[in-house]
Design a protein around this ligand. Sequence first.
Ligand SMILES: Nc1ncnc2c1ncn2[C@@H]1O[C@H](COP(=O)(O)OP(=O)(O)O)[C@@H](O)[C@H]1O
Ligand SMILES: [Mg+2]
Length: 358
Amino acid sequence: MTRFAAIASAFAIPGEFVSVSPTGSGHINDTYRIAFAAAGQPAHYILQRINHHIFTDTAALMQNIQRVTSHLAIKLAGEPDSQRRTLSVIPTRDSLAHHVDPLGNYWRVYRFIENARTFDIVASPAQAYEAARAFGHFQCLLADLAAPRLHDTIPGFHNTPKRFAQLQQSIAADVANRAHLARQEIDFALAREAFTSVLLDAQLPERATHNDTKLNNVLLDDRTGEGICVIDLDTVMPGLAPCDFGDMVRSATSPAAEDAQDLARVTMEFPMFEALARGYLASANEFITPTERSHLVAAARLIALEQGLRFLADYLAGDPYYKTHRPSQNLDRCRTQFKLVASIEQQEDAMQRLVESL
Ligand SMILES: Nc1ncnc2c1ncn2[C@@H]1O[C@H](COP(=O)(O)OP(=O)(O)O)[C@@H](O)[C@H]1O
Ligand SMILES: [Mg+2]
């Protein structure tokens, strides 16, 4: 039996193992499409090796995913195509959510969602709309998730004041002797200290949120282009709804790469923002409060700032966290985020007016 057949045999998949091939372009987990044949009928599944270096509490993470996917399945029952609208965990033969192989790797299996794909780069406002609508719908379906709260698998994930304090420590320590190379960026960050608590001060309700709302975490239907299923649930945990929206704006509205050195192309493109806001509110208007709505634009500015603070702190600390291929890559990443923050600040009034009109 091959390695993959052996791993797959730990899961409660009916039939015989047929084949395995790598799929997707995720950067965190290793993802494979596996085929099984049951009674002559082929069926596909996703076999994923969970990155347990990044996600250290695998049991808590899988409990969150199981609770969320079970809840979604119940809420979606009866809808057309309901099986393609949520991930479904296939348990192990011992009824566990994941399997640990003899090498200590953590594996899980999902039902494969056919005739849909993810896109790494947002090709059009229509795609942005669909992805945002899907994330809003995801939050909406989880709005009545019963207690207890999900596990906080990454404590303080969007605690921006804490991220700010960590940056201040990196500046003071200056262990890599780089602070003099990042004077402008440090000043940009320090000037925005008061803003870092804008969401924490707003007394927003805690919800089950996705926390990795990039376009490539939504499967779009091949035929209709509809955002059919939100995937990549590793970071589902308690959070604030506007943070998910803010991270969409951060990751989808600038046409430049995250580590682009030519900052001229880094801008918050309004048509993309408009598509995200329309898509998100098309579904999220069903549940979000007026205070959450009025903080969506602030969240976009905040999440871009927060990501910039993190890149800058990592640069100053000598790149311990974010992998780099060149010495100033984390500073370049920080610069694109801060350029995006500045672009949002310039367009903030128009963005706010648009959100209020929807
Ligand atoms: N249930 C599924 N059905 C079909 N394709 C999937 C499914 N789950 C994941 N994929 C594909 O695998 C890719 C990586 O999965 P993802 O969970 O996002 O991993 P990562 O955390 O590495 O980004 C996705 O972009 C998607 O193309
Ligand atoms: Mg992903």
